[in-house]
Design a protein around this ligand. Structure first.
Ligand SMILES: [Zn+2]
Length: 607
């Protein structure tokens, strides 16, 4: 059942529930009051009341990490004009003790802080404040009292400001534009959107008869009709994923919220939380709904895989530093496998287009040299360096890193197709893991995943082998053979000589190598590096891109050639063996009887 959202109805239904005894008059409730007077300059003036604090120095911190993000972030740089007041209302000393830590002295048992937050980003990690909205990722916005983690937290908007704006959040409405969380973990996990918001919601029933609400709240420039179609797609995705696990999780306060921001004033992202997600992009539904829905699919799958089926390495979540996890090939990668698969199963993505998406994924994973250096676990452990992390010094990730998203998705694909050959499915494994570690919220270790796989196939030795080869070592099964059974034919894309991913820059009669040369490229063996200027190839002078293309056109795969170049002011020659591009293409083959049946069972499509 689906019906239009009535804001007043939600207000009534939540505030009338008995679940909120912890909020309204708890003497320890920490209250944040937002002053919107200067939002057009991307500033929010924030007042925080910390009642009943202990004697001595009171420490406050700005988070340096955010749930769902794996790198460390310096949110404190956008905090300034910090003032502190004590129990009697008088100003007291506050001084900075670390890059994200302040100390308040002489407060007399209660602290009021005021500070200005600047935020002009806006995505799953960063906040965005402007004349159209507040888009708040909580750890990027709010200082917290270090030892007050178990206190209720309340967020209020100052009376009389932007009264036409509404609020979408998984914080619990407690009336009068105030929203509450039982503790900081919930507060920091509940991103909040304030502005002109289009809304709808639908109900999802579990096999036990319990019904929960899924809300879609969106700030966009599109039409009501585009929004309605998108909500229907969202519902189809949710139901397809419910079928994988057999049920949707029991959300806190019975509701899950998609916080969608699709407009030119926001950054592209998707960020999962326990009871909500941010899905943002600087483009709109009119032209991009079929791409944007992929993020909806990915993030909702996370409400099982990573939010509740939780690796032990991410617990307890630290707001001070990045948690390192060796399980992201599963937590992110298997979720990536299921995001596209769910779209096919929901009838949103055609099998032909799915084959195209898989082509891009497999070329990336199979051809990058990174797997020679790290296995899936070690790739996962790089997340603090690559997941929206910034650094100024060069790295060699082009040769040593394969993203755990497509890499893990490829392991998931290979495992699912392998299991299907044995009369099982990956869905069965996910269900068992959900029942054992997700529903119970027992954090898992990699060995638990292996044991669950062994239990489903009834062969622990086989599961141990599978993990040894494809998780602890970086081999991959023969994907071409596995995909054949489904009419997805993996074939060479080209038969001409090529140098994988080589990028050249032509300037003033010279041709220079830009970017890293992949170590599995023939030119790497010939000694070329970033910045090399190519002077001749196979006896022909090279001065332009056209002369390079002409010379390459005369090469034959399998034969050795000489290349001349200058590097760091020195003239050099190198030898290499020409080869054809290893790029592959998946050709979608219309239904032979056997492949048609297998494909229908895998993709839930009827052909
Ligand atoms: Zn993800």
């Amino acid at each position: 059942m689906r019906y239009f959202f009535l804001f007043t109805f939600l207000l009534f239904s939540l505030t009338s529930s008995a679940q909120l005894e912890w909020v309204p008059q708890h003497p320890g409730t920490i209250t944040y009051t937002l002053d919107l007077a200067n939002v057009q300059q991307h500033e929010l003036r924030i007042t925080v009341d910390f009642p009943a604090v202990g004697p001595g120095i009171f420490k406050v911190k700005m988070p340096q990490s955010s749930p769902g993000r794996y790198a460390q972030h310096n949110f404190a740089k956008n905090v300034y004009d910090l003032r502190a007041f004590g129990a009697n209302g008088a100003a007291v000393d506050v001084y900075q003790q670390g890059i994200a830590e302040w100390a308040v002295a002489g407060h007399g048992g209660a602290v009021k802080l005021e500070y200005t937050l600047f935020a002009n980003g806006g995505d799953g990690t960063y906040s965005g404040i402007d004349d159209r909205k507040l888009h708040l990722n909580m750890p990027a916005s709010f200082l917290y009292g270090e030892v007050l983690n178990d206190r209720p937290v309340m967020l209020k908007i100052k009376d009389g400001q932007r009264s036409d704006w509404t609020v979408a959040t998984q914080l619990v409405e407690v009336g009068n534009r105030a929203y509450a969380a039982p503790n900081y973990y919930y507060f920091f996990d509940s991103p909040t959107m304030v502005g002109t918001i289009m809304r709808d919601q639908f109900e999802v029933k579990n096999p036990d008869g319990k019904t929960q609400t899924i809300e879609v709240a969106m700030m966009h420039e599109g039409t009501q009709a585009q929004f309605d179609d998108y909500v229907k797609w969202t519902e189809d995705v949710v139901l397809a994923q419910q079928k994988v696990y057999g049920e949707i999780p029991e959300f806190d306060y019975g509701k899950y919220t998609f916080l969608c921001a699709y407009n030119p004033w926001i950054g592209g992202d998707g960020m999962e939380h326990r009871n909500s997600t941010i899905c943002s992009a600087s483009v709109g539904l009119e032209d991009y709904a079929d791409r944007l829905i992929g993020t909806v699919s990915h993030e909702f799958f996370h409400c099982w895989n990573v939010e509740r089926i939780r690796p032990a390495s991410l617990e307890p979540f630290s707001f001070d530093h990045a948690n390192m996890s060796g399980e992201l090939w599963f937590a992110e990668g298997f979720t990536s496998y299921y995001d596209d698969l769910s779209l096919v199963r929901a009838g949103i993505l055609s099998p032909e287009d799915y084959a195209k998406d898989l082509t891009g994924q497999l070329n990336y994973v199979l051809l990058r040299p990174g797997r020679d250096h790290r296995n899936a676990i070690e790739m996962s452990q790089q997340a603090p360096f690559v997941d929206a992390a910034t650094a100024n010094d060069p790295d060699n990730f082009g040769n040593t890193f394969v993203s755990y998203y497509p890499y893990g998705a490829t392991i998931g694909l290979a495992l699912d197709l392998t299991l299907r050959e044995r009369g099982h499915t990956l869905d069965e494994v996910m269900q068992l893991i959900w029942q054992r570690y997700g529903k119970t919220e027992i954090p898992y270790h990699i060995r638990d995943l292996q044991l669950a796989l062994g239990e489903v196939v009834g062969d622990q030795a086989w599961a141990k082998d599978w993990f040894a080869n494809y998780v602890y070592k970086s081999d991959l099964p023969n994907l071409g053979a596995l995909l054949d059974n489904y009419g997805f034919m993996l074939e060479p894309a080209q038969d001409t000589v090529s140098f994988m991913g080589l990028r050249l820059r032509e300037t003033d009669g010279t041709l220079t190598v830009r970017g890293t040369i992949a170590e599995n490229s023939p030119l790497y063996a010939a000694g070329l590096d970033q910045g090399s200027t190519i002077t001749n190839l196979n006896g022909q002078a090279i001065t332009t891109q056209a002369s390079w293309d002409a010379a390459v056109g005369g090469l034959e795969a399998g034969k050795a050639y000489e290349i001349g170049f200058t590097q760091l002011g020195q003239e050099k020659t190198g030898r290499f063996t020409a080869s054809v591009s290893p790029q592959m293409n998946i050709r979608f083959e219309e239904g032979k009887r056997k492949t048609k049946k297998a494909r229908e069972e895998w993709l839930w499509v009827e052909e």
